[in-house]
Design a protein around this ligand. Structure first.
Ligand SMILES: CC(C)(COP(=O)(O)OP(=O)(O)OC[C@H]1O[C@@H](n2cnc3c(N)ncnc32)[C@H](O)[C@@H]1OP(=O)(O)O)[C@@H](O)C(=O)NCCC(=O)NCCS
Length: 181
């Protein structure tokens, strides 16, 4: 089985949300029931990828396509006081705009296949493009588990603070830019 590297906006009529299972209930519940509603409400955007190669990319009996992975982004802000002193001192005291990588998950049949890395790079690339039009200081992610923390640390995310019992990590847009310029 292979996955597509093309990410498209979640579409209830095209993507089968119910079958997605990444092994984490909170993320499963999000894609099953909330992601589309949040897009409709205008508070976040979810992009997902499906299977890559025919015949695996034929639709299910319900005429929808399975989701192999997805990520969700939203605008957000942080206080400069949560940043390392060296960064904070160059910033104003009002809320600092950031992009929130609110969700990222891979269907469990694809765990360990490189799709997590592909999904994260696609999310960073997409946010880098948005940053050309509307600037943000960094990308933040609130880690659900220690494993998620190790995953993001691997790609240069650093610990920022703890929020609602989760470890919040960040990567500056300057660092992200090094990947894409
Ligand atoms: C975390 C997750 C997205 C990783 O996806 P994946 O497709 O299994 O990861 P990949 O195969 O792309 O692995 C990329 C790299 O990260 C590493 N990695 C993968 N899962 C990891 C984990 N749990 N902890 C530490 N490193 C991990 C891999 O070893 C690999 O490193 P390598 O390139 O040096 O071999 C996936 O396991 C998942 O969806 N988990 C459940 C949801 C979740 O926790 N999401 C994060 C929410 S905050």
């Amino acid at each position: 089985m292979s996955y597509s590297k093309v990410f498209e906006e979640l579409d209830k009529s095209q993507h089968d949300r119910a079958l997605f299972d990444c092994g984490e209930k909170e993320l499963n519940d999000f894609i099953h029931t909330q992601a589309a509603k949040h897009m409709q409400a205008g508070i976040s955007r979810t992009l997902c990828c499906g299977f890559g190669v025919l015949p695996a990319s034929v639709p299910l009996p319900n005429q929808k396509y399975p989701i192999c992975s997805f990520y969700t982004i939203a605008p957000s802000s942080i206080s400069r006081d949560t940043l390392p002193q060296s960064m904070a001192k160059k910033l104003p005291r009002y809320p600092i705009p950031v992009f929130l990588l609110a969700q990222l998950a891979v269907h469990k049949v694809f765990h360990g296949s490189g799709l997590g890395k592909v999904s994260l790079i696609k999310a960073l690339e997409y946010l880098w493009e948005i940053n050309a039009h509307m600037r943000a200081y960094a990308i933040v992610v609130d880690c659900l588990t220690e494993q998620a923390e190790s995953f993001y640390a691997k790609y240069g995310f650093e610990i920022l603070c703890e929020i609602n019992g989760r470890v919040r990590m960040f990567i500056s847009m300057k660092t992200v830019g090094l990947l894409f310029v």
